[in-house]
Ligand binder design. Sequence first.
Ligand code: PHE
Length: 339
Amino acid sequence: MIETIKKHIAEVQAFSSTNKEEIENFRIKYLGKKGLLNDFFAEFKNVPNEQKKEFGQVINTLKNAAQEKVDSLKDAIESNSESKGVYGDLSRPGEVVPLGSRHPISIVKNKIIDIFLRIGFNVSEGPEIEDDWHNFTALNLPEYHPARDMQDTFFIQTNPDVLLRTHTSSVQVRYMEDNKPPIRTISPGRVYRNEAISARSHCFFHQVEGLYVDKGVSFADLKQTLQYFTTEMFGKSKIRLRPSYFPFTEPSAEVDVYWGLETEADYRITKGTGWLEIGGCGMVDPNVLKNCGIDAEEYSGFAFGVGIDRIAMLLHQIPDIRMFSENDVRFLEQFKSVL
Ligand code: PHE
């Protein structure tokens, strides 16, 4: 009996066909309800005990060989007919195309841009490698002015006239030189400062600066605009303007938004005060307007700047600014679902 089954195994292994009907007959012959395998299995109880083990093994081998043969022949027919058809098997599951994800800095930047586009601002961009005039001098920061120390600067080679911009205010200078008021523009971009790298500060980061120049622009307009921004961005409308100093604005202020003190995270983020600093602002100094060819008697304006990295860290609870530039896909992939 065992010999017979072994012969069948050889026969099964040798079998080949591309004909559906032949394959089906082969299947019925071995694996069908009244097929040979069932006969052999029924025979099992009559086999003497000492042969039972070997008998069981050969039947199983035959069963597996028959099943594998049928599967592989059917597969072969299917893939053949697929490549013949124009579309192949239309019921086949689609291939999953892995979706990319936006960088969290881009997500926040786009959101800020969106908010300002809605109230008539446009977007302006400029070079990251700047000259002294656009980054400092035109902004009321002449050479040797002590306020230059506020922003530690990377200079390119030994030429002190060529540097990496320390803020995107330089773009605003360019924009004012090239355009007549009314001006409503925001300038997003990467900026560089020679600072020690830590969890909270990096030698490069991202800003969005805004500029509005027209007849009769007042501090009240600035406050309203900032309030609109914080409401849209964070859902919080309570802001505080703390007197401050920037060479290019007068008066100047730091912008704080009231974040609240409801949860433990609120305490941590706001250092227990409930307030969060998001940027600087002020009325454009008349000297800056003059430097850019705008009549300071006729026009006035406001400007503000916010840090994108800080806001992104806040909104997405990112504990370390260095994560933005490490390019760890495990970090970046988490932003898949955010637009
Ligand atoms: N340029 C300032 C900075 O980078 C921010 C700012 C912009 C302040 C506009 C006031 C007005 O720190």
